[in-house]
Design a protein around this ligand. Structure first.
Ligand code: GAP
Length: 513
């Protein structure tokens, strides 16, 4: 199936089974805003739990907080968001569509990488077993030419972005003959900067002084509480503060389902370290976060690191962990070495010291910060898109199965009495009562057992327990594995141990501890 079709399939699957709905759909929806349905809310909560536990439970020097969405407006002046949280936007005069100039250029660069990949494929065909990829990449004239071109574009783009040279950014788009994907024309407007923060008024008086912002990142709630947490928690450097919460950005180019929304959730952790040690910790957190993602089992080849071409105003090193979404590789998580920028700025604007006193050296200093910041909604999409599988079975029938990691699945178990009589429903309910204190369970007695299995496959339930006549005689049930469809007969007594070793939190967190 075409890559683009997969996203469409996933969107309609999400709606059909209650994962994600367009927001305020009865009023024809609100652009780039989505609601999570009954299964989506479960999956989202499970992803949050995986992140929260791995941060706060597996690290004795990381604690979690939950700060307000509204913050004192000076916060955003201090953080640089009022002056510099902008996107460079360009319009196509024919289609009237608006684009981020830097994204148009990034997409152009990505196309060049595809051309290199095509050259490699040609090389494999031509040279067969003797093909040496490294040598080919270093010597093939076409590859060298494309790489040189890429490097030149990257350098020019970096300079234009860093110097806020919007004219040259536009000129680069024109020089590269980039066309609008809708109209196909090169009829571009000037590039303009657009601030992404939403503002509103506090209380009943409107005006400059009462203007506040919906936070565009959760990180600032952590920075302004740095000393509160450090002192009340007697935290010693290095230590981290984690937070999960909503963030808001007036994204102009908001598309691709829940990938880019105006209201979304972030899971951020700020790790406070001694100045000078930040780049060692930066490398450490890159490794830790990569391992965390790979531990989900969605496939190593679906992830890659991408170093930032333009560093944000606060960073001295930054990269993204990108995921192979149905639309291609895109940012999933950012890892940033934020220096002491934020704490120093808050010291300045609040006229308060935000320093750590080191009892060993008897010195005070403003710590440096490594940040890990992952979008919850993007993680949700990565889990769904990698799990979504269409299979043709031996009998020629088709099944759609969500191979969601078991610990994250909305329901862990389906309990299915084979028929609706002979005491089977009573026995099934008894088993449900036994397991429901620890696991989310769906009870289903409607339709044939085959149809019920398909329904559970489609929502990603890893195990289906079937209660049949033999259950009443031997206190055993069949347990069906979603992915292999193999059924085993096991005793009811052994169900808790079985489930504990297949879908409890320790099955997922164990590899990280
Ligand atoms: N505190 C740093 C920060 O906010 P960011 O790279 O702008 O950094 C971090 O955002 C993560 O938040 C991104 O990697 C992405 O997963 C998520 N994110 C950002 N904008 C988003 C949007 N409009 N919709 C959904 N997720 C978004």
């Amino acid at each position: 199936m075409e890559q683009k079709d997969i996203l469409k399939e996933i969107i309609s699957h999400c709606k059909e089974y209650g994962f994600v709905f367009p927001s305020s759909e009865i009023y024809d929806g609100l652009a780039a805003t989505y609601d999570y349905g009954q299964l989506g809310a479960e999956l989202k909560n499970n992803i949050k739990t995986y992140w929260w536990k791995s941060m706060t439970q597996l690290n004795s020097n990381i604690v979690g907080i939950d700060t307000a969405i509204f913050m004192h407006p000076t916060t955003w002046k201090a953080s640089g968001h009022v002056d510099a949280f902008n996107d460079p936007l360009i319009d196509n005069k024919d289609s009237k569509k608006r684009y981020r100039a830097d994204v148009l250029l990034e997409e152009y660069l990505e196309k060049q990488s595809h051309k290199i990949q095509k050259e490699v494929e040609k090389g494999i065909k031509r040279f067969g077993e003797s093909f040496d990829k490294e040598q080919f990449l270093a010597t093939n004239p076409n590859v060298i030419r494309i790489k040189e071109k890429q490097a030149q574009i990257e350098a020019r783009m970096k300079t234009a972005l860093n110097e806020n040279n919007l004219e040259d950014l536009r000129q680069l788009i024109i020089d590269l003959e980039i066309v609008c994907p809708i109209s196909g024309s090169k009829n571009w407007t000037e590039v303009r900067q657009f601030n992404l923060m939403f503002s509103t008024s506090l209380g009943s008086v409107a005006g400059e002084s009462s203007t506040i912002y919906l936070r565009p990142e959760t990180a600032q709630g952590i920075f302004v509480n740095f000393l509160n947490v450090q002192k009340s928690g007697r935290m010693k450097i290095p230590f981290g503060i984690a937070q999960i919460g909503k963030a808001f950005r007036n994204e102009i180019v908001a598309r691709q389902f829940i990938f880019r929304m105006r209201e979304f959730e972030q899971m951020e952790m700020q790790f406070f370290v001694k100045p000078g040690e930040e780049l060692t910790w930066y490398e450490h957190w890159k490794e830790v976060r990569k391992k965390w993602h790979l531990n989900l089992g969605l496939g190593e080849s679906n992830y890659r690191f991408h170093d930032h071409i333009k560093l944000a105003h606060y960073a001295n090193a930054a990269c993204d962990i990108e995921f192979n979404f149905p639309m291609g590789f895109k940012e999933l998580e950012g890892i940033h070495s934020r220096t002491d920028f934020d704490l120093k700025q808050h010291e300045l604007h609040a006229s308060k010291k935000l320093q750590y006193f080191d009892p060993i050296t008897n010195e005070s200093f403003v710590p440096y910060v490594i940040e890990t910041s992952v979008g919850l909604d993007r993680l949700f999409l990565s889990v769904l898109s990698a799990s979504y599988t269409e299979e043709i079975l031996e009998d020629g029938s088709e099944r759609i199965v969500l191979k969601i990691p078991a610990a994250l699945a909305p329901y862990k178990i389906a309990i299915l009495p084979l028929i609706k009589k002979d005491g089977l429903p009573d026995k099934a309910q008894e088993i449900m009562r036994m397991l429901q204190l620890d696991y989310t369970i769906q009870y289903d007695e409607k339709d044939s057992i085959g149809k019920r299995y398909r329904r559970q496959d489609a929502i990603g339930t890893p195990f289906a327990i079937t209660v049949d006549h033999e259950t009443l005689e031997s206190n055993t049930v069949t347990i069906r594995n979603r992915d292999t469809m193999i059924q085993d007969r096991i005793s009811i007594e052994s169900l808790p141990t079985f489930l504990n070793s297949h879908c409890s939190w320790s099955t997922l967190l164990g590899a990280l501890a």
